[in-house]
Design a binder for this molecule. Structure first.
Ligand SMILES: [Zn+2]
Ligand SMILES: [Zn+2]
Length: 164
């Protein structure tokens, strides 16, 4: 049984898994956990464990971007196919087949440049929080960062203040 950090991750995983299976991509049945990670070094990661199972990590920054999350999830699921732990010829063949059949944009980090998706998540240089601690992070200076008190939190309608 796969364990999921939350229902959103489970939904995206099920969708990604169905897309792989209906295209006969031989992904592993042994996915143990699917969790978010707060990291800057990758969008997704597939870790093979000594018992043969896999853990999949998805960058928490993708949380609000279902399309990017789906592409990343499929990217990681392809890594669970035999001979696909690296971006091998076989990994690329599966990715290309899915891209063609399903209109997806599964890429390796090296080719993410031409998709407009950054290979690495943005650096957090600035941050604001509302009174209830809902946080927005930015790489660059912006009006929100300059005048956070002019903005209201979408989730709880309180004002922001600068915390970083
Ligand atoms: Zn990869
Ligand atoms: Zn709030």
């Amino acid at each position: 049984m796969t364990k999921f950090e939350n229902a959103d991750l489970r939904d995206i995983y099920e969708l990604a898994r169905n897309i792989c299976l209906r295209n006969r991509i031989p992904i592993s049945q042994e996915i143990d956990t699917v969790t978010y990670k707060n990291v800057r070094s990758y969008w997704g990661k597939c870790r093979k464990k000594s018992d043969g199972g896999f853990d999949i990590y998805i960058n928490a920054a993708l949380e609000d971007n279902r399309k990017a999350m789906l592409n990343t999830m499929i990217h990681e699921l392809i890594h669970t196919c035999s001979g696909c732990m690296n971006h091998s010829v076989r990994w690329k063949k599966y990715a290309a087949a899915l891209n063609a059949a399903e209109g997806l944009r599964i890429r390796t980090a090296e080719t993410e440049k031409d998709t407009g998706v950054k290979a690495r998540p943005p650096k957090v240089n600035y941050a604001v929080e509302c009174e209830n601690g809902h946080r927005l992070e930015r790489e660059r200076m912006s009006l929100l960062i300059k005048n956070p008190e002019h903005y209201i939190c979408r989730e709880c309608r309180t004002r922001f203040h600068r915390v970083l």
